[in-house]
Design a protein. Sequence first.
Length: 222
Amino acid sequence: MRGARRESDDADWGMIGFKTYFQVSRAEQRALEGAVEIVLFEGGYAGLQLVEDGRLNLCLLVRETHFAELGRTWPALLARLLDEPHLQRRLGDAAAASERPLAVSGLPFGWLRGASPGPALYPVGDQAAVIASFTGDGMSIALHSAQLAARAIEGGMESGRYLAALRADLARPIGLAGWLQRRAERWPGRAATVAAMAAIPPLFAHLARATRIRGGATLAAG
């Protein structure tokens, strides 16, 4: 947003995001119904989810340095992804919906805005905070920050106090999510993450809760 750049030494700016769709077989559609699958690979991770018309949505984040090692081309990256057994199982016989994916870069994961760009500006969504994508919590943060901002404006709270309240709500989940993302994208952290989840299944639910906004946080501006 012009005049309100998201600058921070704490944020991780080194990931590139891709999104595309595939038409998969009926058998794969049945296997994926009601599920979101996350696949870890060297330098990033990918998510698979069925969407409308039986299409499979593939979203992934890859470390910019890893993408550069592959020649910075989508075909090379897709070929690398298909080296992963699970992605080969899901996508090996699938038909791509387009030749080129959607892409985005300059995502400051782990970033929390420290100060408002103006006394009457109340940043919300990813102009206020950016959480690691694998949590699936970005939309919740957008809604939470919007509600908190609305309550702050209604109550005459200055933007600095609003941001302090928002940071208090989000610092822990965003920090934990960033730590997990960095550990899971490299070996041996990736192997340790998968092994821990397999050995202690409740750990997955615990970490999921820990990266969520705490209950009752929307009252912080009251």
